[in-house]
Write a protein that binds this ligand. Structure first.
Ligand code: ATP
Ligand code: MG
Length: 454
């Protein structure tokens, strides 16, 4: 009801069935200066050449929601070849569904030709797997069809920088106003076509602080297992987006609430069911979210290293109890953990290498005398390893004095370093055995936080 009313308010003029609302600047407030110079020039040039061209998707949504967009994509009715001919520096990307990268100064603008809704455009049925997942989706279409194949109504808004209007086929403006994430079309069908949309719902709701419309949310629980059919590299990309969204703690909590994590992070249940694991992961996610919000870089290796660490600890301990020596036991535990997880997520070899480096550094921090600490400082992943040690100290897994010693050692000059190596920290001997005890005094006031993964 409200939605209908709002869309009537936003709509410029009465429109027929299937006609989009054309929303003027006075209603949406976005000036052409708000979009990137590159995307604006690309859209203008395409229009000068007689084509339709709009900024579309996440950028329009974020601008309207008052969030700085990550990137600006352009959608057009020109074919990739026609787009390429309009620009001096442009290249075609991809084989199945070609897009064009147009280089504008430092900026690369991705230009996509309107995509048709499979099966309706040329009479051909889209290829799907047994569960209805779309395997081919590569026909050009009209703007209307392009809007219909997008996922959420707020993601199907087109901004025309020339007229400063927003074209809205699915009442996305009204949903933005109501802070609602709503699937275009029949949610269950759209999730079957592409189960990643379930993850996108969770991620975008957390990012935008929107609620997921009840009809859009309901089928997720039932269809969650379809995630397992998604090719692992795509899951890896999506998980990375989710974890680096600046809202990872909220996203993982929601994933668990919807039962979506089973196919993604099989270890997540075991991790968060143990108080120590839960505490560590919670701190790690909060730490990541803080970094993202402060605009500091985060590495996928570090992130996944934190998520799976507790599992490594469990294996490591078991192997040592079975008589294995500590370092070989650690390496074996690392491999076992990564093998379990990597299959689902297609963790790339480079990221897996980073993860192992960070883990393998941990026992090396135990040595605070002799020449070895100097060697450790030179390790290319030293900083990441130390950040990891800091999290472990915060979680009460290692003595805070150990992390403090290393931070001091890193900051000290040559003379001070030599002096530090000569004196032995009193706690050193106790450290290893305390690993698995949660220290209530590790950090006052951090025992339980409201962002913990429930
Ligand atoms: P963000 O960039 O903040 O991660 P986004 O919505 O821009 O979010 P992109 O992956 O950049 O996400 O996708 C751009 C647009 O493409 C979306 O806004 C949406 O319109 C469309 N889109 C992306 N993924 C899907 C999908 N799985 N199903 C349907 N439409 C999609
Ligand atoms: Mg985007």
């Amino acid at each position: 009801m409200i939605r209908k009313f709002l869309s009537r308010v936003f709509g410029n003029k009465p429109r027929g069935r299937g006609e989009p609302a054309v929303i003027p600047h006075s209603r949406h407030g976005i000036r052409r200066e708000a979009i990137s110079g590159g995307s604006r020039r690309v859209a203008e040039t395409l229009q000068e050449n007689g084509y339709q061209a709009f900024v579309v998707g996440g950028a329009v949504r974020d601008l309207l929601a008052g969030i700085p967009p990550k990137d600006f994509d352009v959608a057009t009715d020109a074919t990739p070849e026609q787009v390429r001919r309009c620009f001096r520096r442009a290249r075609l990307i991809g084989r199945r569904f070609q897009i064009v990268h147009v280089m504008m100064g430092q900026e690369t603008v991705e230009v996509t030709t309107f995509r048709g809704h499979h099966g309706q455009w040329d009479g051909a049925r889209a290829q799907t797997d047994d569960q209805g997942r779309v395997l081919r989706d590569n026909v050009f279409g009209s703007q209307k069809e392009d809007a219909a194949r997008r996922d959420f109504t707020v993601n199907a808004l087109y901004y025309d920088p020339v007229t400063e209007t927003v074209i809205d086929y699915h009442s996305g403006m009204a949903d933005l106003e109501q802070k609602t994430l709503r699937m275009i079309g029949k949610p269950a069908t759209r999730y079957r076509e592409d189960p990643v949309r379930m993850l996108r719902a969770v991620r975008l709701a957390a990012k935008l602080d929107f609620s997921i419309d009840e009809d859009t949310r309901r089928p997720i629980g039932e269809l969650a297992s379809l995630i397992e059919n998604v090719p692992p590299p795509r899951l890896f990309d999506e998980m990375l987006k989710l974890l680096t969204s600046g809202h990872s703690a909220q996203c993982l909590r929601q994933l668990r609430a919807e039962g979506l994590h089973h196919g993604l992070l099989p270890l997540l249940d075991t991790i968060v069911e143990q108080p120590q694991g839960k505490r560590f992961v919670t701190l790690a996610l909060e730490n990541t979210d803080r970094r993202v919000r402060e605009g500091r870089p985060i590495s996928p290796g570090f992130l996944f290293a934190t998520l799976f660490w507790n599992e490594v600890l469990v294996h490591w301990e078991a192997l040592q109890d079975g008589g294995e020596r500590p370092i070989p036991a650690l390496y074996q535990a690392m491999d076992e953990t990564l093998d379990t997880q990597a299959e689902k997520l297609a963790i790339t070899r480079r990221v897996a290498g980073d993860i192992k480096d960070i883990w393998a550094l941990q026992p090396r921090f135990e040595v605070c005398s002799g020449k070895r600490p100097y060697g450790l400082l030179e390790h290319p992943r030293f900083k990441a390893g130390l950040d990891f040690l800091r999290l472990r100290a915060e979680a009460g897994e290692v003595d805070a004095a150990l992390e403090a010693w290393w931070s001091d050692f890193l900051a000290a000059d040559g003379e001070t370093r030599a002096a530090m190596l000569a004196q032995k920290p009193a706690e050193k001997k106790k450290r290893r055995r305390r690993r698995r005890t949660v220290r209530a005094d590790a950090e006052p006031g951090r025992e339980s936080t409201d962002t913990e993964i429930a």
